[in-house]
Ligand binder design. Structure first.
Ligand code: XMP
Ligand code: MG
Length: 187
C-alpha cells in the first residue's frame, strides 16, 4: 500500500488509486490532444460543480489553447447513491453557448445518466460543437451510448474520493484519487 500523508486523512483511506503524478501526466497528455483538436478556435470549457473544480483548474492550465470558463451545477433527483437521470439545474451557465465550441469537463462518469442529460440540455442550445472530457470513468458508463472524446482513467467500480470527489463533502482537497476505508462508511 502507498504511503498516505496528505491532509491527515490517511486513516480514512484504503488505498491510493491514482497518484498526483499520474493525474498530472495524464492531464498533460489530454491537454495536448485537446490543443490539437481546437487549434485556432475559441474554446469554452464548462465545468460541472463541484467535483470538476480540480480537473478544470489543472486541465485549463495544461492547455495552450486560450479558453473561457463557465460552470454549471446540477443535482440528480432520487434517493440513494444511484443517479436517477432526472436532473435539476442548481446553477446554469452565465453565457450563451450558441455557435461556440464547448467542452464539458467532468470528474467522473458512473452511470452516465447525468452526462447524457447534460449533453441533451447543452446540445439544444446550438453550440458549434459539444464534446466531453472526463478524468475518470467507471464500467457502467459503457451501458449508455454517449461519446466521450477524452477519458483520463477507466477505474474499477469502487467509490472513490479526492481530487474534487467527495464523500459527504469531505476529501475533495486530496491531491490524489483514492478509495475509502470501510469504517468511514460506518462499517
Ligand atoms: P452518473 O449520472 O454518471 O453520475 O451516475 C455521476 C456523478 O455521480 C457521482 N459519483 C461519484 N462521486 N465518488 C464520488 O465522489 C465516486 O466514486 C462516484 N461515482 C459517481 C459524481 O457526483 C458524479 O458527477
Ligand atoms: Mg460530478
Amino acid at each position: 500500500m502507498m504511503r498516505v500523508d496528505a491532509k491527515d486523512m490517511g486513516a480514512d483511506l484504503e488505498k491510493v488509486l491514482i497518484t498526483k503524478e499520474e493525474i498530472d501526466a495524464k492531464l498533460a497528455e489530454l491537454a495536448a490532444k485537446i490543443d490539437a483538436e481546437y487549434a485556432g478556435r475559441d474554446l469554452l470549457i464548462v465545468g460541472v460543480l463541484k467535483g470538476a473544480v480540480m480537473v478544470m483548474a489543472d486541465l485549463a492550465r495544461a492547455l495552450s489553447t486560450p479558453v473561457t470558463m463557465d460552470w454549471m451545477a446540477v443535482s440528480s433527483y432520487g434517493a440513494g447513491t444511484q443517479s436517477s437521470g432526472v436532473v435539476r439545474i442548481l446553477k446554469d451557465l452565465d453565457t450563451d453557448i450558441k455557435g461556440k465550441h464547448v467542452l464539458i469537463v467532468e470528474d467522473i462518469i458512473d452511470s452516465g445518466l447525468t452526462l447524457s442529460w447534460l449533453i441533451n440540455n447543452l446540445g439544444s442550445r446550438e453550440p458549434a460543437s459539444l464534446k466531453v472530457c472526463t478524468l475518470l470513468r467507471k464500467p457502467d458508463a459503457a451501458k449508455v451510448a454517449i461519446d466521450v472524446e477524452w477519458v483520463g482513467f477507466d477505474i474499477p467500480n469502487e467509490f472513490v474520493v479526492g481530487y474534487g470527489l467527495d464523500y459527504a463533502e469531505k476529501y475533495r482537497n486530496l491531491p490524489f484519487v483514492g478509495t475509502l476505508a470501510p469504517h468511514v462508511y460506518g462499517g
